[in-house]
Design a protein around this ligand. Structure first.
Ligand code: SF4
Ligand code: SF4
Length: 300
């Protein structure tokens, strides 16, 4: 079983549409993991049945027992995050501001404060319209710890892939270069970098590749909308050469892609098109790269 992570370093590159297309092409042979837990949207294209769900708990926040509280205000005085305001003459904890440091818990003279584990979201196992399993999640508004939720999604996807002897896990990686994308990359066998020829596109590609290099994961790149700025596309290709990253394909700007998305479909399901052939060829090449070590680039 091989794990392929699709990342972009920034939003709006077409990463999720391309990953969903690979999920359709992989069919029963793969497990999908949507690790973009802060703004999950793969379900819009893969139409999961939300078969199983479970709450996800992570981190702690203070809670005040009003029956024990004598309103001395010591907790509010020590809180550096202004998380204990007075509301209707009572000291209460604002969950969104509480960092869970526990200082208030230690200074309370009446043991009125407890540190409670937080329900920060849900994770799901679904069956998709591509007849594969998809593990996905949704973080609550304002909740943090998305890196831990990503790790949970990946762990569950891996368990399914191993127990059902699937060939691949396709991971829709988190955007950016923070904790969630670090979790997305951890343990991956191959990284597919999706970029676009814009000043921010090449900048974010270089930043996210620094992370990929740290993990020593071989990588290949898809340049989406490659024809909208040929100068920057040439700069991206020079960077790929320099770093020994395999250039998988140039995808042209094509409104069919957007029309398919608007219809809730991937490009693979939206009739015959040049774009469909290019994405199919890319998936075929990725499978070859994962089975032919000679063709794999490996960052030093
Ligand atoms: S320190 Fe304890 S007793 Fe004092 S206001 Fe806070 S919760 Fe109430
Ligand atoms: S746990 Fe820390 S951040 Fe939260 S309310 Fe208490 S002192 Fe403030």
């Amino acid at each position: 079983m091989k794990e392929i992570v699709v990342i972009s370093g920034k939003g709006g590159t077409g990463k999720t549409s391309i990953t969903a297309s690979f999920a359709i092409l992989g069919g029963k042979n793969i497990v999908v993991a949507d690790c973009d837990v802060d703004a999950a949207d793969m379900h819009l294209l893969l139409q999961p049945d939300w078969n199983f769900s479970e709450d996800f708990f992570s981190g702690v926040a203070a809670e005040i027992d009003q029956d024990k509280c004598i309103k001395c205000g010591k907790c509010a005085d020590v809180c550096r995050f202004n998380a204990i305001p007075i509301v209707e003459k009572k000291y209460v904890v604002n969950d969104l501001n509480c960092e869970g440091c526990g200082f208030c818990f230690h200074v309370c003279p009446r043991d009125a404060i407890s540190m409670i584990e937080q329900n920060v979201g849900k994770w799901f196992i679904s069956n998709t319209k591509a007849e594969n399993h998809m593990v996905h999640a949704a973080l609550k508004i304002g909740a943090d710890n998305s890196g831990k939720l990503v790790a949970k999604v990946k762990k569950e996807a891996k368990q399914i892939a191993v127990s059902e002897e699937k060939a691949f896990i396709i991971v829709d990686g988190s955007p950016g270069i923070g904790c969630p994308v670090v979790s997305s990359l951890s343990g991956a066998d191959y990284a597919i970098l999706v970029t676009e020829p814009s000043v921010s596109g090449i900048h974010d590609l270089k930043r996210v590749y620094e992370l990929v290099k740290k993990f020593k994961i071989p990588a290949a790149c898809i340049i989406n909308k490659a024809d909208i700025n040929t100068d920057v596309t040439a700069q991206i290709k020079a960077f790929l050469d320099e770093e020994n990253i395999i250039h998988l394909v140039d995808l042209p700007y094509d409104e069919t892609f957007t029309k398919a998305m608007t219809a809730g479909k991937t490009i693979i399901e939206f009739g015959e098109s040049e774009m469909k052939k290019l994405v199919e060829n890319s998936w075929r090449k990725i499978k070859e790269l994962l089975t032919d070590k000679q063709k794999r680039s490996s960052p030093s």
